[in-house]
Design a protein. Sequence first.
Length: 501
Amino acid sequence: MARIRFLLLVLIIFSGVGGGAREFSRLTGQAIIDGEEKKITIYNLGGSFYLDIRQAAEIYKASISWRSIARKVIFSLNNQELVFYLDRRRVDFAHHRQPLDTYYLDGRLYLPVNFFTSEDFSHLSGWESTYNPETKILDVNRIVNVLAPRIYSQKGYSRIVVELAENLSYSKKSTPAYYQVDFLRGKCRQQAWEVRDGLIKEVSLKNRGRTARLTVYLSENVREVRESYENRQFILTLYSAEEMITAPSTFTIVTSTLAVAPSATPVKKTEPEKKKIRLVIDAGHGGDDPGAIGPNGSREKDINLNIALETARLLKEDGNFEVILTRDSDVFIPLAERTNLANEKKAELFISIHCNAAFKKSTRGFEIYFLSEKASDPEAAATEILENSVVELEKKKLVKKSKVQEILWALVVNEFINESSELCSFMTGEIPPRLQTENRGVRQAGFYVLRGAQMPAVLVECGYLSNPGEEAKLRQKYYQQQISDGIYNAILKYCWRKKLL
Ligand SMILES: [Zn+2]
């Protein structure tokens, strides 16, 4: 008994001393930097979180220089300098100083995470960060004012639309091989897109000093390039010789955050009497059924809806399509009702939009499915289970199909299987290159939402919400727009192939 009491006393003393000396506990966390994952160590001290300055420099692509005599560390990024001190708990930047809860212990300088997530640091660094203590994910995104170009390949002309978050002046250079635009004070996510649509070879966006440079590499078929800049939209239209007169002269991007030109000219329809192609865009899940949920809390149903609404907007603006949405808000709709609607309205295509999830966190990439009785592979089977799980919620008992039903079923599947598979290949040609993500290909599975569709029907799995990096990308507006652009362009190509347009 005395021995136990002694041990207890020792324990109490030691835990007291530990707390007094303010020991850091190490946590393994993750930084998601513009969608790229990086393992990091987060230090917890009494419920506050810290980063080692060396790690912070890696995350924010800063350089650090230790001045041991002056007892300070200079942290340089974005042409700015922040000064941290080893013995003084403060930070100096942009001609002002601010007290800061820093610690210098055993040769390491610890900086509070909430400094990096502050507005001050965002303005200074050009990086916007949020930290979730539950998931230990530090989500870091470059603040950009030049958004990723949106590329549309039409018959006889191609269009590149670059949205700017603010008005920027620009200079340009034009040669037969390329067209180059420098946005002054522009900042962008660097990327290159291989287009090869007969007019555009490649498009790239790069940061060069204090400008963001858009370069469009032209093919020999380009006869003329027209440029316009209005309402923070820079538009390049590349014409091949034949179609110069018929191409609509104005194209407007309407988004919730950017103002719309009151004088914007609507797209001219070349043949107003032509019958429109009717299609159904289905935003997966909704209401009580959130679908997959990402490690940072993103809900599949919200992402699906954004992509569906933007895809519908593009199709409507095109003028050749009549679009029916299964839902345009956060409501629950049973799976069977979605295809019933498409059948009733005699839609010519059914496109269901989803995001995937897997047990393995590293799984990422784009997939597209069409219906079959049996899943094409074990991963497709897992996706099938995930997407069909809502049937439970619908409180419907699954009745085993009768022989007759099976035969009918096979007929329906076979009738549209080739067309569905063709639409799938256009989707894989258009979407993964825009996202620069892994293309996991065309697969088959028995999705309830596609069953009974009396038309070609496909299910798009835009990416894996279970992957923290892909989740961070999927919740970004520019990424969702690129998916919508890909779906729209794939539908166009499919319709041209089928001579529907
Ligand atoms: Zn889903």
